[in-house]
Design a protein around this ligand. Structure first.
Ligand code: NDP
Length: 398
């Protein structure tokens, strides 16, 4: 028997200025990633009637592909960490030989097996996220969501049929997607989505960018034995982090044999019989089997119809919100990467929690952006004896 819904504790933030109008849902969320799932579950726990929609699942995203769990679970943190852990054993095995381990000359690595494990895990988590929603009483719709009025959403289902619902509050939680710089031949390159699902492990990889994704994928591929070049515009990778730490990371990457190209940009990619030829603005020509564009992400707002209903976006297309995650339209809110505040999963979770507490929990709760911890999964440094030897060699070359 269904339990009666709790009477909503309508605080000031829950008011949309429309009196006693009846709505199909108290809250309709577009996007079931970290922020959207958290906000909808917590709102339902506070007694709200919640609907959520999400695009169909696939490891590689597009404007019409997504999946419950979102980027972090399907094509971000989770699969990345599985590959990072897998790759870390390469260096450990190499080091182990210096510490008395007698390993056979040839240690085999099976990329397809690791990839299958990764796929199994994201499928498992996708199922868990769906169960989290249904256990909380949230109604999940599979399809593309669109805002068609200040209190009206439309969901286009997979068979093309359209559903229309009214909601007292609408929450946009559609995340972001990798952006591609406008370089001739950029279509030959991949983004992190494809990098997490490559059929074959590249022998030569080239990474453009010096941020989180660049450092992490360079580390993964190098750890698995590929020759890796990283091209970035600044003097050191990881802009925004402590300079001393950035220098240590750069040293570790080079110590593991990754070729860093600081103060460099890509000017063109050309397909050749021997893989992809990459030309830099220093006139260098590099060859690679795979070129990864790790040049930041862009908010997913294009197909939501937000501007038509009056929601303000900023110049990169992110939804503008106040400190309570509310847009300029009182009934429409946004959390997570789509707002381009601090684009990290735990931050989206915090924003989703604060939203639910403020709008349905009767407690004005604002996200706190001070002291946010973060981690970049870089290749570990070489063990002492080897790193000293390598850094000595490098210093003498310079
Ligand atoms: P980042 O913002 O971390 O880095 C982007 C990099 O691309 C910078 O080095 C930037 O250079 C460079 N860049 C941007 N535009 C161009 C261009 N046109 N040509 C050449 N280089 C360019 O973005 P990522 O793509 O690495 O990651 C996206 C987001 O995903 C991160 O902001 C992070 O929030 C999240 N993430 C978090 C992880 C974690 O928590 N461990 C892991 C992976 C991703 P410059 O510095 O010169 O501007």
């Amino acid at each position: 028997m269904a339990l009666p819904r709790k009477i909503l504790n309508d605080g000031e933030l829950s008011q949309t200025g429309d009196g006693e109008t009846h709505y199909d849902f108290d809250l309709f969320v577009i996007g079931a990633g970290s922020g959207g799932v958290r906000a909808s579950r917590f709102s339902a726990n506070f007694g709200a009637k919640v609907g959520i929609c999400e695009l169909p699942f696939h490891p590689i995203s597009s404007e019409v592909i997504g999946g419950v769990g979102g980027t972090c679970v399907i094509r971000g943190c989770v699969p990345k960490k599985i590959l990072v852990y897998g790759a870390s054993f390469g260096g450990e095995l190499e080091d182990a030989r210096n510490f008395g381990w007698e390993l056979n000359e040839k240690v085999d690595f099976n990329w397809k097996k690791l990839l299958q494990k990764k796929t199994d895990e994201i499928n498992r988590l996708n199922g868990i996220y769906k169960r989290l929603l249904s256990n909380a009483g949230v109604k999940l719709f599979e399809g593309e969501g669109k805002v068609v009025g200040t209190n009206e959403v439309e969901v286009t289902q997979l068979d093309g049929t359209k559903l229309s619902y009214s909601a007292k509050h609408i929450l946009i939680a559609t995340g972001s997607r990798a952006q591609r710089p406008d370089i001739p031949g950029q279509e030959l390159a991949i983004t992190s989505d494809e990098a997490l699902s490559l059929e074959d492990l590249p022998k030569r990889a080239l990474v453009l960018g010096g941020g989180y994704i660049a450092v992490e994928f360079a580390s993964i591929w190098r750890g698995m034995g590929a020759a890796v070049d990283v091209i970035f515009r600044k003097e050191l990778p990881l802009r925004g982090f402590d300079d001393e730490m950035r220098a240590v990371v750069a040293r570790n990457l080079e110590g593991r044999g990754i070729n860093l190209h600081p103060r460099t940009n890509l000017t063109e990619l050309i397909k050749t019989e021997d893989g992809i030829k990459a030309i830099t603005d220093h006139g260098e020509e590099l060859r690679a089997d795979v070129v990864l564009l790790a040049t930041g992400r862009t908010p997913n707002t294009k197909r939501l119809n937000l501007e038509a209903v009056g929601v303000e976006l900023d110049k990169v297309g992110a939804v503008k919100v106040d400190e309570n995650s509310r847009t300029n339209i009182p009934s429409i809110w946004a959390v997570g990467d789509v707002t381009n505040r601090v684009n990290l999963t735990p931050v989206a979770l915090m924003e989703g929690t604060c939203f639910a507490k403020s709008v349905f929990g009767g407690e004005n709760s604002k996200p706190d952006y001070t002291n946010i911890p973060c981690a970049v999964f870089s290749i570990p440094p070489l063990s002492c004896s080897r790193s000293q030897r390598r850094s000595g060699n490098r210093a003498s070359k310079r």
